[in-house]
Design a protein around this ligand. Structure first.
Ligand SMILES: NC(=O)c1ccc[n+]([C@@H]2O[C@H](COP(=O)([O-])OP(=O)(O)OC[C@H]3O[C@@H](n4cnc5c(N)ncnc54)[C@H](OP(=O)(O)O)[C@@H]3O)[C@@H](O)[C@H]2O)c1
Length: 338
């Protein structure tokens, strides 16, 4: 395959390089793209040195590309979608720009992989990171009995806001330790020693855009227009991997044993649920890992049909780069790519 990474210097772009190597993705040629900031930089990936090219309005740059992994923000995706796809390249986009468009599939391979075959605009959207790890877990329960509604509180790592946000968190701890005033650019407030109940902008209904992404994207991925999700998204001073406290109400009651069995056998999930030994997933252990981890499974005390559990996933991996590469792998395996 001839592969392009757009936004190669970013947190997700860098992860794309690691994931393509780890997954031994079949690459003939690799092209990297960025803005003036990173153009000319050289990265080593998949056994070769690649120089970042400036992303331009030149269709020729993508005429030989089979699949382009794009993670350069929504406005760049919108501006360059035609340039990227005009020669037939499949664009797998990590931004929120196209996720809710009817003619763009929104895909998590473990949940709705076949939707990837219906991409008339040659664009497939990668869902929001918090949604990806949640729907992988929801699918396991939904296969037992349909889920009626979901409440979720997220604990989202600094890296969800990009490479500069990681640097800012490290720098804030250093500055505070040195008695200096912390620099605040990427977040609304100081994140070090704090949690911030605000991710993305507020919408008219009082929820943030991040929270409404979980509401809208879950319905689309799970083909469940009546499945409502009420989310509270919170930034926490964790470097990498998002955690989620999830409460589901199902049509029929699900026992803890049945839920454990379903999670243990589900694709893409690792069950870590042994409270007696203090075993449960935590972001520090899960950072850099591929699967979604589930633990703390228990019956909801207020509702016979309610179940609570805790889900942790590396949002740059499964929540972004890995899921996108898995979409390409899914299509490749089933003859839907090249
Ligand atoms: N971080 C996460 O956990 C995560 C998870 C899921 C989805 N996403 C999404 O993935 C995208 C990238 O996120 P990130 O965290 O990787 O951000 P980031 O670390 O800030 O990186 C942004 C990347 O976009 C490139 N870029 C920006 N403007 C560009 C332009 N006009 N032309 C070409 N390249 C341009 C940058 O290249 P230069 O350095 O050359 O400017 C850089 O490589 C965003 O849409 C984000 O919402 C992120």
């Amino acid at each position: 395959m001839n592969v392009a990474i757009v936004g190669a210097s970013g947190a997700v772009g860098q992860e794309f390089m690691r994931v393509l190597e780890e997954q031994k993705f079949p690459i003939d040629n690799l092209k990297l793209f960025g803005s003036e900031r990173s153009a000319g930089r050289v990265y080593h990936c998949c056994g070769r040195d690649c120089t970042v090219q400036l992303l331009r309005h030149n269709n020729e740059d993508f005429s030989d590309i089979d699949v382009a992994f794009v993670s350069a923000g929504g406005s760049t995706s919108i501006e360059f979608a035609d340039v990227i796809t005009s020669g037939g390249a499949l664009m797998i986009d990590n931004s929120s720009a196209f996720r809710m468009e009817k003619d763009v599939p929104l895909v998590v391979p473990e949940v709705n992989g076949d939707d990837a075959f219906n991409a008339p605009r040659r664009i497939i959207a990668n869902p929001n990171c918090t949604t990806i790890q949640m729907v992988v877990a929801l699918k396991a329960i939904n296969d037992i009995t349909p889920i009626k509604r979901v409440h979720v509180a997220t604990y989202q790592a600094a890296s969800g806001a990009g490479a500069a946000a990681m640097d800012e968190l490290v720098e804030q701890y250093r500055q505070i330790g040195a008695g200096e005033e912390p620099t605040i650019n990427k977040f609304s407030y100081q994140l070090a020693y704090n949690v911030i109940p605000h991710i993305d902008v507020f919408t008219d209904n009082g929820y943030t855009k991040e929270e409404m992404k979980m509401y809208n994207e879950t319905k689309k991925i799970m083909h469940a227009p009546k499945l409502d999700v009420s989310a509270t998204c919170v930034r926490v001073p964790v470097m990498r991997a998002h955690s989620e406290a999830i409460w589901v109400e199902t049509e029929e009651p699900v026992s803890v044993e049945a839920a454990r069995k379903a999670f243990a056998s589900a694709e893409g999930i690792v069950l870590v649920d042994n409270p007696a030994n203090k075993e449960y997933p935590m972001p520090l252990d899960i950072a850099g890992k591929d699967p979604v981890y589930v633990g703390r499974i228990r019956k909801d005390l207020t509702n016979e049909n309610g179940l609570s559990f805790w889900v942790v996933g590396d949002q740059i991996k499964k929540g972004a780069a890995l899921n996108a590469v898995q979409i390409a792998q899914y299509l490749l395996k089933k003859g839907g790519l090249k």
